[in-house]
Design a protein around this ligand. Structure first.
Ligand code: FAD
Length: 382
């Protein structure tokens, strides 16, 4: 009998959004475990009674409306607080939204580092905001966060929940409440934990649980950001995002979660009340070089909240075509999956450096070509 969500959709379509776990009525009937490819997915235990309730929490089984409305409300914006912009991936809009909730006794859910992985959690105090700031380019483990949201709402609290489009689709499948506001991210997809862990193990001699990464260090700018690898908060190494070999694998779509390549939730209208992203390709007249966010307002609730925080922001309205041009992941974009199969075939056999050279090398520029030729000639002469 195939009555559970995972048996119906299969592992290749499962995003790992934890919707099934949060809707399952039987304790410990579903466990999330890391697959060999490096993504947390659901596994049924002997406690599963095949009741099929988990299908109700699976957004992959839902029909998704997908039609671009040309009156989509899009803004280029950033926080007026320079510290917030510095400590955020793009223009710090998430922090401004979170502050509005935390200042008014609300609850904010987002993703933070915990023992070398990313987990979703709730915060209630402004001092905790730094843990949630900035994008972490790994799968965030939701665990039972959607159920926790439900508890807070039942206790009369207002909740702001930020996540990837599939996570927001899952939450909306389970819950719809006037005191819940959802924010999703324009999402490139999530890269594999296995690839990340192999890279860390082979390159850094530290316990992986003590490593955290600031994926969006802005010391030299928003567009030309660095990745800072830290061991217990001490910087080990800072790599430019264009030169880090693990990030090269992420940006070339080599080891994303399978459903991310053709994400069902990269649609318009979005599932969330508000959508946030980096405004790549932003026109200079509406740009902050320290970080510019693109924001789409997707609902009345989203509009009301955005209006409340807009006195803390520099806000410019833009045409949706401009936003879409630099941010294809906003709508219907298919990622390039041509490298994935070969990468996983060689994954156990080759070192990470060799995998990089074989499957996702840096492009050959004129300078690197000249360096290679000179190196070759030098070796020949010697
Ligand atoms: C995996 C991933 C891929 C992304 N891909 C793109 C892209 O292709 N194009 C684009 O324009 N923008 C992308 N973004 C969004 C972008 O990087 C910023 O997060 C967004 O612009 C918000 O920035 P901010 O300055 O307002 O706030 P920030 O302080 O940067 O806020 C980040 C918010 O994202 C949440 N978050 C962080 N990591 C995760 C995670 N792993 N899973 C779920 N939630 C998380 C945090 O809790 C916080 O609420 C991506 C984000 C993630 C996490």
């Amino acid at each position: 009998m195939n009555n559970s969500a995972i048996e119906v959709i299969g592992y290749d379509k499962c995003t790992g959004c934890y919707g099934c776990l949060n809707s399952c009525p039987v304790e410990s009937a579903i466990e999330f475990k890391k697959t060999d490819e490096g993504f947390y997915k659901p596994f049924l235990t002997e406690k599963c009674v095949q009741c099929g309730v988990c299908k109700k929490g699976c957004p992959v089984l839902k029909k998704v409306n997908n039609n671009l409305k040309e009156d989509l409300e899009v803004y280029s914006c950033w926080s007026k607080d320079e510290e917030i912009v510095k400590n955020s991936s793009s223009g710090g809009i998430f922090s401004e939204l979170a502050k509005e909730y935390l200042d008014n006794d609300g609850i904010v859910f987002g993703a933070k580092w915990q023992e070398g992985e990313i987990v979703h959690c709730a915060i209630t105090e402004l001092e905790e905001l730094k843990d949630l700031q900035k994008s972490k380019y790994l799968q965030s483990k939701i665990e039972t966060s959607y159920l926790e949201v439900k508890k807070y709402l039942s206790a009369g609290k207002k909740v702001l929940f930020v996540g990837t489009p599939c996570q927001i689709a899952a939450l909306n499948t389970i819950l719809n409440h006037r005191n819940l506001i959802t924010v999703d991210l324009i999402c490139h997809g999530i890269p594999s934990y296995s690839a990340y862990e192999k890279y860390i193990r082979e390159n850094f001699n530290y316990n992986i649980k003590d490593i955290t990464v600031d994926f969006r260090n802005k010391d030299i700018g928003w567009e030309n950001y660095n990745l800072t690898f830290k061991n217990k908060d001490k910087i080990i190494i800072k790599n430019n995002h264009r030169k880090d070999i693990w990030f090269r694998g992420f940006l070339t779509d080599t080891y994303l979660n399978k459903p991310c390549y053709n994400c069902k939730f990269r649609t318009l209208p979005r599932f969330a009340d508000i959508t946030l992203g980096d405004f790549w390709g932003v026109p200079v007249e509406v740009k902050n070089p320290a970080g510019t966010s693109v924001v789409t307002i997707n609902s009345k609730k989203g509009k009301e909240l955005f209006n409340k925080i807009s006195s803390n922001l520099e806000v410019k309205k833009v045409e949706w075509e401009i936003a879409l041009k630099g941010n294809p992941c906003l709508y219907n974009y298919k990622m390039n999956d041509s490298r994935r199969e070969g990468f996983y075939k060689d994954f156990q056999k080759l070192s990470f450096k060799k995998l990089h050279k074989k499957h996702f090398p840096f492009p050959v520029t004129k300078i690197s070509f000249i360096r290679r030729v000179l190196g070759y000639l030098k070796r020949k002469v010697m």
